[in-house]
Design a protein around this ligand. Structure first.
Ligand code: ZN
Length: 174
């Protein structure tokens, strides 16, 4: 008996589990739902019709931005930050644990982080399904301890980091 998981959209063999949507997807629909989420982040934050400058704070996030967006010169230029779900989850957790103000924001003046709800796991899967290698973000010290802790929770309860980031948005921490 086949007991592999199937895509929530088409029923074919699933390639990836989305903690965000709590569903399995095949390669095609995984990519589609990831692109849709990023596009929806851009549209709901009024990023249409702008030209972009890509920032490389997080190497794997940068690789995805670089894959999706074309840098152009122009007047209404917006900086796109490469911070990921993990970066924002760490910032919110540090606010709660250590009373540290977040140094990163999802939206600032002339700046936006379209990957705030995209995990590094999803970025690695996106590129591995294309047989492309991607740079890993190296963390150290407190950030590494916090992400280790959050990853452990994520394993037990997928979607925990998303919930944390949503709480951070509601409380205007990030
Ligand atoms: Zn599918």
């Amino acid at each position: 008996m086949d007991n592999f998981k199937t895509c929530a959209v088409c029923g074919k063999k699933a390639a990836f589990h989305s903690a965000y949507l709590k569903q399995e997807f095949c390669k095609k629909h995984f990519e589609r739902m990831l692109m849709r989420r990023i596009r929806s982040n851009m549209v709901s934050n009024g990023m249409r019709g702008h030209v972009f400058h890509l920032l490389n704070e997080n190497p794997c996030g940068f690789d995805l931005l670089d894959f999706l967006f074309v840098e152009k010169s122009g007047s209404k230029k917006i900086d796109l930050s490469s911070h990921t779900l993990e970066d924002f989850a760490i910032a919110v957790m540090k606010y709660f644990l250590f009373h540290e103000e977040s140094k990163i924001r999802i939206r600032g003046k002339d700046r936006f982080s379209p990957l705030f709800n995209v995990s590094e796991d999803e970025i690695f899967s996106f590129f591995s399904l294309k047989n492309k290698s991607v740079a890993k973000n190296r963390r150290r010290g407190k950030d590494q301890s916090v992400i280790d802790f959050l990853s452990e929770i994520e394993k037990r309860r997928p979607g925990g980091m998303i919930s944390l980031v949503k709480a951070g948005i509601e409380l205007e921490i990030i």
